[in-house]
Design a protein around this ligand. Structure first.
Ligand SMILES: Nc1ncnc2c1ncn2[C@@H]1O[C@H](COP(=O)(O)OP(=O)(O)O)[C@@H](O)[C@H]1O
Ligand SMILES: [Mg+2]
Length: 247
């Protein structure tokens, strides 16, 4: 069963002149999903709506979003670290927020930090870390909070190819129900996803989950006309994905 389901979802920001998401119906399964599409196509908006983070933006949301597991978004800019805490305190704070008693929180913080590869940073202040280190702390913090579904918006933006490879390997090995990445740097994603969702103009243009096709779309991407070509090839699969206008 899907961990998150969107049914005919329409969304516009308070400042939008028109709908940004236009009748998105989508099932996010267990495992690894890549959401891709050109700049401005609605990838970030889709992650915000699917994760629930859209609440802080206001705007108008229509249709149905069903989340069956605790979901956390790691945004592109890590502006969620409002307090100038050490990594240890950040993790302990998330654990205590999630109801873990203080005596256990310290040990769990260390265990999670080890799992995510930030144990050497436990006594550093989050504000002093590099973007790549902060990203790992954000992932650890989401796990400490109890996330079972992790969504990451353009997580490869600040990483070199080796860093990207290492992050994707980490995201494959963590004990989570699902990981969703929004990216247009497809050449770095290669064999990572189980499922690829192509979005353009706020509309789901293609959903690919057959392994060879996933490989093809996730490795040959970035070239001109990719999304158009895929939307044409996948026309049969996406028929019925676009929904009707809610009014
Ligand atoms: N906070 C916002 N307020 C108003 N419009 C926004 C906001 N964020 C994004 N948009 C608009 O929504 C559309 C989709 O943007 P976005 O979801 O960021 O696409 P992507 O992540 O694929 O680049 C764009 O037209 C963008 O200008
Ligand atoms: Mg974006």
């Amino acid at each position: 069963m899907a961990v998150i389901e969107l049914n005919n979802v329409w969304y516009r920001y308070p400042a939008s002149e028109d709908w940004v998401l236009r009748g998105v119906s989508l099932a996010i399964p267990r495992g690894r999903t890549l959401i891709t599409g050109p700049t401005g196509s609605g990838k970030s908006t889709l992650l915000r709506v699917a994760s629930g983070a859209i609440e802080v933006y206001g705007g108008v949301l229509e249709g149905r979003v069903e989340r069956r597991a605790p979901t956390m978004l790691v945004p592109q800019v890590f502006d969620m670290f409002v307090l100038n805490l050490t990594v240890r305190d950040e993790l302990v704070y998330s654990l205590e927020n999630a109801g873990v008693p203080p005596p256990e929180a310290a040990a769990q913080a260390r265990r999670i930090a080890e799992e995510v590869g930030v144990d050497h940073l436990l006594d550093r202040r989050v504000s002093e870390l590099s973007a790549g280190e902060r990203q790992r702390v954000a992932i650890a913090s989401a796990i400490a909070w109890g996330a079972r579904v992790l969504m990451l918006d353009e997580p490869l933006a600040y990483l070199d190819p080796a860093g990207a490879k290492s992050l994707l390997a980490l995201l494959s090995k963590l004990d989570l129900d699902a990981v969703v990445i929004a990216e247009h740097r497809l050449h770095l994603m290669e064999s990572w996803p189980d499922k690829v969702v192509v979005i353009e103009g706020g509309v789901v243009k293609a959903v690919v989950s057959n392994p060879e096709e996933v490989q093809e779309v996730a490795s040959h991407g970035g070239g001109a006309g990719l999304w158009g070509a895929w939307s044409a090839r996948m026309a049969i699969q996406v028929a019925g994905c676009e929904g009707g206008h809610p009014r």
